[in-house]
Design a protein around this ligand. Sequence first.
Ligand code: NAD
Length: 338
Amino acid sequence: MNVIVTGAAGFIGSHVAKDLIQKGHTVLALDDLSGGNESNIPKGAIFLKASINDDLLNAFKNFKPDFVYHLAAYAAEGLSHHIPSFNYQNNVLGTINVLNSAYHAGAKHFVFTSSIAAYGHPHNNEIFDESSYCIPCDPYGTAKLACEHHIRAFVDYFGAMKYTIFRPHNVFGPNQNISDPYRNVVGIFMAKAMQGLPMPIFGDGSQTRSFSFINVVAESIAEAPFNEDAVNQTFNIGGDESMTVKELAEQISEAFSIPLNIEWLSYRKEVAHAHCTHDKAKRVFSAIYNKSVSIKEGLKMMADSVKKEPIPQITECPSPIEIFELLPPSWAARLAIN
Ligand SMILES: NC(=O)c1ccc[n+]([C@@H]2O[C@H](COP(=O)([O-])OP(=O)(O)OC[C@H]3O[C@@H](n4cnc5c(N)ncnc54)[C@H](O)[C@@H]3O)[C@@H](O)[C@H]2O)c1
């Protein structure tokens, strides 16, 4: 099959592209390298350096994709409050452009990575399942939910294409950008650990997340168009194990064999506890879910991988800040310099 993977120089996209190549498919890897790294693109993929907002029609028509996996996005959720126009331009209009191009090029299946951010704050400590009410609480989650609705309506109206939507959460592993100051708490903590610097925590570190090692997430995404039970379905995807951000810092210190060193930052507005069920994904991708690893094992694998490479240069925000009010002071200090 011919498949296009957008965001293939990024973290999850590179693993999806690699899995598809290993299974014998021809992969066109599209990325503008705004947040990813060319070295992540797996050997054997054809690299197209382009933005998802470019005119992609000819490239898509020439390649004749059977399936399109759309993962490219600027995924700094907390920062999205401060760059709303950029967020919607990149993550909504870019998605619509990719979807239109996929349709015109005759693709039969469109796979989209939404996010747990589509749900917003849990009500009464709710664990989200796919039927939970979605009330996103930031522009990033709002953009993801808008794309989900658009894709479903598009497929329903035009009919010619199928879709699968995934809502991942807190994914980590090799190839993740550890030098983005605005997202990827696991990567941020590991970069600090490697530099002997304190790990920054907003508030008291009691926020909990279900950190999810990459393998199950990437393999499930790659398999979706080949699995009848995933047709026109939406899945939460990731691990069940919950951990506080402070416990994460402890685990990462242990993985790097260093004493715990935390920089306590003032509280920022964010979802305190974000968790979801994975019963549906476990049913449909059961063989893949059997390969789940614990957070501890996953952190060890990621630590072993990042220790081999020098720490990359900081990835700056690709947009000017639109609203400075309420920026966490540590971010404001960075952004004022740049
Ligand atoms: N990592 C997570 O925990 C997580 C959780 C929920 C959802 N997601 C979603 O999964 C997808 C992949 O996330 P990731 O963690 O691999 O992020 P990532 O930043 O590592 O990868 C995204 C890639 O998209 C590229 N990109 C961004 N804007 C682009 C544009 N305009 N044109 C072309 N390329 C562009 C970047 O260069 C980058 O390589 C994203 O859609 C993200 O919103 C990720």
